[in-house]
Design a protein around this ligand. Structure first.
Ligand code: NDP
Length: 480
């Protein structure tokens, strides 16, 4: 059985306890590797190593830090096919998706922040003839990065890249459900010559590894992506310690389709925004609101396209819908489909477990599911399901759909389909969302602020926002 190791002080090591957790392949339901079942002792070792490494890494010329990170980016690209297969196996996502989205984006994250830091300037403020102020930006020290299972290497690198580029050292925890590519990444870091201790990766369960990172007195900032409940727990611990906190949390994103939209584009993109990665992307639009006049036409076309999605072995290049990430998760999603029926919803398509012959017989496959006939404020339309389940809803006016869209506790992203630019601007301003896509979805420019409002999070990642988070500022005031 393959073993995954922690990456501490530049070495690949088991946990101190030498206990292991089984890592299951979602497409087969079988254990295929073992993960260190780490705890606070391993976090402490990782912290000590990171603390020591900070002395040199933070003083390294920025160009040298950048060069090492660019080497890491190149190695990810060189190993793209291998990493994509590993990601697909570990997560259940179609290998085609991992090859075109997850792994290229992980390489881009490293490259983007490695080069971005070379352009990161600080402000100066002149006070008449009295004084000049300049802002000194310093790395914080040892920081903690905690990431989820849905886009494993993509989100892992999205956090650690700006942290490292800004001169911090890192104790990181990937999700215990999808640890493989973080482990392969640690091998890449070694090959690229990243000095020991600069990045430490501790594998294991949230309460045993994530919590000690959050609680650690020496870890000065926490960058977390995951569920809103976990975010709440982290905030409760970290806030009284006055740690810097960046929280990227859940969503229940509206996808709003006006009757003056580009219909074909709205339908085909909505299929993607509903079901890419089995609907397990925080930015997926899980509540589709269609204006009354085109509702029936949209419904017919959308359902037809959804029924044509190929569900199958994530290894097959034609597969569009792979396995859900775990047994627990597929059960949670199924329970929401049952709830939707109880709440009066009609299943237009999907809703059932899919049995696939051959090696995937015991995998976690679920039909993409479309439900209609629910009220905007029922639980199915208010709670995050995070699976291949969307609801179709109808509306008449802009005000009405705005009320529906903003009715959840979340505010991560929204999508608006209309050819009327004035309406698009009006909606963008009125929607409770950190991100609004107009006539597109998941078009990402890494320079833009990324994050949510309300229960979807606190703070913004992306571009210089990330460097602002991972640095402390000192204003230096010099008298003339
Ligand atoms: P979780 O909140 O369950 O876990 C996220 C990470 O936190 C995992 O590494 C987890 O470890 C760890 N963790 C769990 N408990 C604690 C704790 N007490 N202290 C510190 N760390 C802990 O989220 P999921 O992995 O289930 O991811 C899905 C969620 O992530 C969805 O809600 C989704 O919307 C959100 N998400 C948000 C994004 C955004 O940008 N806003 C992007 C992607 C996902 P372990 O895996 O061992 O439990």
């Amino acid at each position: 059985m393959d073993k995954i190791f922690n990456y501490i002080d530049g070495q690949l090591v088991p946990s101190k306890s030498n206990k292991w957790i089984e890592n299951v392949e979602p497409a087969t339901g079988q254990t295929y590797s073992l993960i260190p079942d780490s705890d606070h002792e391993d976090v402490e070792l990782a912290f000590s190593s990171a603390e020591e490494a900070f002395k040199e890494w933070s003083q390294k010329p920025v160009q040298e830090r950048s060069d090492i990170m660019l080497k890491i980016s190149s190695l990810i690209e060189e190993n793209k096919a291998f990493l994509a297969e590993a990601e697909s196996r570990d997560n259940g996502k179609p290998v085609g998706l991992a090859k075109t989205i997850d792994i290229p984006r992980a390489a881009s994250n490293m490259k983007f922040f490695a080069t971005g830091i070379l352009h990161y300037a600080s402000e100066s403020h002149q006070l008449n003839d009295v004084a000049i102020n300049y802002t000194l930006r310093k790395p914080i020290g040892v920081v903690g990065c905690i990431s989820p299972w849905n886009l494993p290497l993509y989100l892992f690198t999205w956090k650690i890249a700006p942290a490292l580029a800004a001169g911090n050292t890192v104790v990181a925890k990937p999700s215990e459900i999808t640890p493989m590519t973080a482990f392969l990444f640690s091998e890449i870091c070694i090959e690229a010559g990243l000095p020991k201790g600069v990045l430490n990766i501790v594998h294991g369960y949230g309460p045993k590894v994530g919590a000690p990172i959050t609680e650690h007195k020496g870890i000065k900032a926490i960058s977390f992506t995951g569920g809103t409940k976990t975010g709440e727990q982290i905030a409760k611990v970290a806030a009284p310690m006055f740690k810097k906190l960046s929280l990227e949390l859940g969503g229940k994103n509206p996808n709003i389709i006006f009757d003056d939209c580009n219909f074909d584009k709205a339908v085909s993109t909505s299929v993607l925004s509903s079901f890419a990665n089995q609907g397990q992307i925080c930015l997926c639009g899980s509540r589709i609101f269609v204006q009354e006049k085109i509702y029936e036409k949209f419904k017919a076309e959308f359902v037809k396209k959804v029924q044509n999605l190929t569900i199958g072995d994530p290894k097959n290049k034609d597969t569009k819908i792979g396995a859900l990430v775990s047994k627990d998760h597929i059960e949670k999603v199924q329970s929401y489909i049952e709830l939707a029926k109880q709440e009066g919803g009609t299943i237009l398509t999907g809703g059932k477990i899919v049995s696939i012959e051959g090696r995937c017989k015991k995998g976690y496959f679920l039909e993409p599911t479309v439900i209609e006939g629910l009220s905007y404020d029922c639980r199915t339309n208010q709670e995050e399901i995070f699976g291949p389940v969307v609801t179709l809803n109808t509306f008449q006016t802009e005000d009405e759909v705005l009320m529906y869209a903003n009715s959840t506790p979340y505010g991560l992203s929204s999508t608006v389909w209309t050819e009327n630019i004035t309406k698009a601007n009006r909606m963008s301003k009125a929607l409770d969302a950190g991100i609004v896509w107009v006539n597109c979805w998941l078009v990402r420019d890494l320079r833009t602020p990324f994050g949510g409002v309300k229960n979807s999070g606190v703070g913004r990642e992306g571009g210089f926002n990330a460097f602002n988070f991972f640095t402390e500022q000192t204003n230096v005031c010099i008298s003339y």
